[in-house]
Write a protein that binds this ligand. Structure first.
Ligand code: 9MR
Length: 370
């Protein structure tokens, strides 16, 4: 007590007698959050890449902040230091990369792939055949079946071919089943107009365009064993039996603490592993209903940390699961509050990039695995 008062007095006296520049500034603590021992990518075992979505496009386009990837320095630094894999959150989707029938726009996708290359990161390409975020010219166009087939083939050949050897994994077919395990025959333009065999063709065309890329089926609500993941299992067996170049199956991992953790995630990944497929968690986040003040409680954050950890452990336990991607790392840019009213806080850092218990549960789980 005595010492504290003395120091205060001395500083106050100095402030009076010294010119302003000589007054010691209140030191803010040094930020070690990206120091080597705090980096997920450094902690990860060699056979696992740890990824993030790179924010931009999609819901971000309607917000009042500038493009995170090109304008937020701290965001880029964190993406580069913490992760060994990146996925374009929206920027490789049809509406961005193929905005007109006869023109592609590769600017942002190129920038993301260049960024990844400079930083020694893998890239997951997302997505080639999907029912959502397609441009109007495609969804509202009046095309014959032959034209549509040619459009899809040209798209896959052009986009996958452009990044051949630079994109490790592609989500070729994204969200093609509904929760009951039925193909989205109405919603998905390709399946509706051209029939289910177009799925196999998409894989064949992607493989021709880049024989070194791993080609994935990707979806949400397929973490556990259920009607939807069963449908993927049957489809995978069928495609493999016909030697269609399918290489992987990925549960996205959009979870909520309002629902129990899918405890059979490891079993589910294992059954696809036994088919000879790679597996990956491609878009994990763990959302929650926020209290009135908008701040998650400690108990919520602990439960969230436990979900992230369980998901990572499941992936680490399965041989062929060598890619684990979180769908953004800061709540500042998360898609969740824009889709689920009253929910949020789904990522591993808060709006100010302060790491949450979920970040540390991933970090410690990776360190233990190494
Ligand atoms: O995070 C993406 C968001 O910015 C877009 O507005 C949204 C539009 O559908 O897509 C989000 O990403 C989705 C991903 O592409 C596929 N799986 C579900 C993801 C969350 O909706």
């Amino acid at each position: 007590m005595h010492t504290v008062r003395l120091v205060t007095t001395t500083l106050a006296a100095a402030a009076v007698s010294l010119p302003l520049a000589a007054v010691p500034a209140a030191a803010s603590p040094p930020d070690h959050s990206n120091a080597k021992h705090n980096r997920l990518r450094v902690a990860a075992p060699e056979d696992l890449v740890i990824g993030t979505a790179i924010a931009g496009g999609g819901h971000h386009a309607d917000q009042d902040y500038p493009d995170p990837f090109t304008s937020d320095k701290k965001y880029r630094k964190t993406a580069e230091r913490q992760f060994s894999s990146v996925t374009a959150e929206n920027q490789m989707k049809w509406e961005y990369i193929h905005p007109e029938r006869d023109s592609y726009n590769f600017d942002t996708a190129d920038a993301i792939v260049d960024f990844a290359e400079r930083n020694g990161q893998d890239v997951r390409g997302h997505a080639l055949l999907w029912h959502s975020q397609n441009p109007d010219w495609l969804e509202e166009g009046d095309f014959s079946d032959e034209e549509l087939r040619a459009i899809l083939r040209d798209h896959i050949t052009t986009v996958v071919g452009r990044y051949a050897g630079r994109i490790e994994q592609w989500d070729v077919a994204n969200e093609i089943f509904d929760d009951d395990g039925n193909l989205r025959t109405e919603e998905n333009i390709w399946i509706r107009e051209l029939g289910p065999e177009i799925i196999a063709d998409a894989f064949r065309w992607a493989h021709e365009a880049d024989p070194s890329a791993e080609l994935f089926l990707n979806d949400y609500n397929v973490e556990g064993i259920n009607a939807k993941s069963d449908a993927y299992y049957e489809l995978s067996r069928d495609l493999l039996a016909r030697e269609v170049p399918l290489h992987g199956f990925a549960p996205q991992g959009h979870l909520s603490i309002e629902y129990g953790f899918p405890g059979d995630l490891e079993d589910n990944l294992s059954r696809f592993d036994e088919l000879g497929l790679a597996t990956a968690i491609t878009e994990i986040d763990v959302r929650m209903e926020l209290p009135e003040d908008g701040r998650p409680t400690e108990a919520q954050l602990e439960q969230q940390a436990d979900y992230y950890q369980q998901a990572l452990r499941a992936c680490l336990s399965v041989d062929g699961c060598d890619s684990f991607t979180i769908w953004g790392f800061t709540d500042k840019y998360s898609w969740v509050p824009h889709t689920f009213e009253g929910e949020g806080a789904a990522t591993v850092m808060n709006d100010d990039f302060v790491r949450k218990p979920s970040f540390f549960s991933l970090l410690s789980t990776l360190k233990t695995a190494k």
